[in-house]
Design a protein around this ligand. Structure first.
Ligand code: AMP
Ligand code: ZN
Length: 466
């Protein structure tokens, strides 16, 4: 555990109360966090990844404040619709058809691809991953509890949650229930009210789905991620835990319904803090997995943009503001980050942490994760005339929160890693080709003065400790 002196208290915005509140764990030093994970019928787009980066920033700040974080993330691998209105096809089965594979196979493939994206962005892996299809009995039991308490009804296509039975329904999103009621139409055989939602769907008659299970209500499948999240978060974190996260689109439906189910079944609002990351906008339109065309981390790599540049780019906007994507701003951020890596490399070995900078950065991140301002503090330090060795030590220390990684590794292990090596190797490459031996020697001397040598390897020149 890191001991931090005189630090500003950690404050976080809670969507449920619409307030920035001081954060204290519910129990001891442990913070239990649940993050809604991906629907694995396609790759994650960079918008999705912005939300996971925000959650990683949160986790790192909690850890830096000395808390132990229990971080749970689900994988939705069944029962997610192409529309939010309980209609349309199941995204998993649709994705499988598109790829000519089984729903199980594509779920595994996209889960692995998702984990690889997180790793490339230096996002800390959750302590527990939970797959919806591994928790069918828990979900059935949850629906049985809701049924026993009178919160469900059956229609011709499934078992539904009766949202009108719960007075507090819609509080998270401040839904105007009376207004909705005034405009409501009742269709025979269908759900009774517009905010009611399916918990269990019956398999269509005469059709065998790839993913279906026996249940007290007949063969079918669990429907929509909300129910899965209530059942799984309760299993791993209890009925009331510290923080629940997701993207802003989760406020009106997904998280509203998670709260409704848990309130109805267990009597709690599920989490003490509800936190939401705002969207990345591309050409002012939302990026959507279901529309097919979208930018992935791999799309950035095709343009030789390192995933870590995307991490840095996301740090430049507050998580509670929408952010516009453009190649120009990404490229400007690549230049800034490379400058930071190169400068930090040139600072050589670390000295002492500059306490005033550390406190300044901490007070920014502890004020509802204000990373853009924290980053500005870092740049102020870079430009200051403080001792370079102390600047290096301070960067290393604070990188536990920024997660830009490589200057950290470079100094702590005394090695020059890929990223700080990059600017030097790039300079070495053309010289090797043009056989400009004099320039190459000068470069070697410069690097040697910093305690490293340039080695020629099969992949090209590499900078390694002398
Ligand atoms: P999905 O896999 O579609 O359930 O989305 C995974 C996560 O990404 C959820 O937390 C969403 O709220 C979030 N998300 C979806 N689109 C965006 C976007 N354009 N920007 C930021 N987060 C997003
Ligand atoms: Zn969820």
């Amino acid at each position: 555990m890191i001991t931090v002196m005189n630090q500003a208290p950690l404050k976080l915005f809670d969507t449920y109360t619409r307030e920035i509140r001081e954060f204290k764990p519910l129990e001891g030093n442990q913070v239990r966090v649940y993050c809604c994970g991906p629907t694995v019928y396609n790759y994650a787009h960079i918008g999705n990844l912005r939300t996971y980066l925000f959650e990683d920033q949160l986790r790192r700040v909690l850890e830096y404040n000395g808390y132990d974080v229990e971080h749970v993330m689900n994988i939705t691998d069944v029962g997610h619709l192409t529309s939010d209105a309980d209609t349309g096809e199941d995204k998993m089965e649709l994705g499988a058809k598109r790829m000519g594979k089984s729903a199980w196979e594509i779920a595994d493939e996209y889960t692995e691809a998702f984990k690889a994206d997180l790793a490339a962005l230096n996002i800390k892996m959750p302590s527990i991953w939970c797959k919806a299809t591994d928790h069918i009995p828990e979900q059935i039991q949850f629906i049985e509890e809701l049924e026993a308490k009178g919160f469900t009804y059956a229609t011709n296509d499934g078992i539904y949650f009766d949202s009108q039975k719960l007075d507090s329904y819609g509080h998270l999103a401040r839904l105007d229930i009376e207004g909705l009621r005034a405009g409501a139409r009742v269709e025979p055989g269908a759900r009774r009210f517009v905010t009611d939602f399916a918990l269990w769907k019956f398999s269509p008659e005469g059709e065998t789905r790839q993913m279906e299970w026996e249940s007290p209500w007949g063969v079918g499948f669990p429907w929509l991620a909300y129910r899965e999240c209530s059942a799984m978060s309760a299993k791993y974190l209890g009925d009331y835990f510290d923080i629940h996260c997701g993207g802003e689109d989760h406020i009106p439906i997904h998280h509203t319904n998670e709260i409704a189910q848990t309130e109805a079944a267990r009597g709690t609002r599920l989490a003490n803090f509800w936190m939401h990351g705002y969207f990345l906008q591309l050409d002012s339109a939302k990026m959507s997995k279901s529309t097919g065309e979208f930018l992935r981390l791999a799309s950035l790599s095709e343009r030789h943009i390192d995933p870590m540049v995307y991490r840095y780019f996301c740090l430049t906007a507050h998580y509670r503001t929408q952010m516009s994507f453009s190649w120009e701003s990404l490229e400007a951020n690549a230049t800034a980050l490379n400058r930071l890596y190169k400068t930090a490399f040139e600072w050589g070995k670390p000295g002492e942490v500059i306490e005033s900078v550390k406190q300044a950065v901490l007070s920014e991140v502890n004020e509802d994760l204000n990373f853009p301002k924290a980053l500005a503090q870092i740049w102020d330090m870079v430009r200051s005339d403080a001792d370079p060795a102390d600047k290096k030590a301070t960067l290393l220390e604070l990188d536990a929160m920024f997660g830009l990684e490589d200057w950290g590794l470079a100094a702590s292990r005394g090695v020059c890693t890929r990223r700080c090596d990059e600017p030097w190797s790039r300079r070495a490459r053309p010289r090797a080709k043009t056989k400009d031996y004099e320039a190459a020697d000068r470069l070697r001397d410069e690097v040697l003065a910093l305690g490293f040598v340039i080695e020629d390897t099969r992949e090209g020149p590499k900078v390694v400790p002398a």
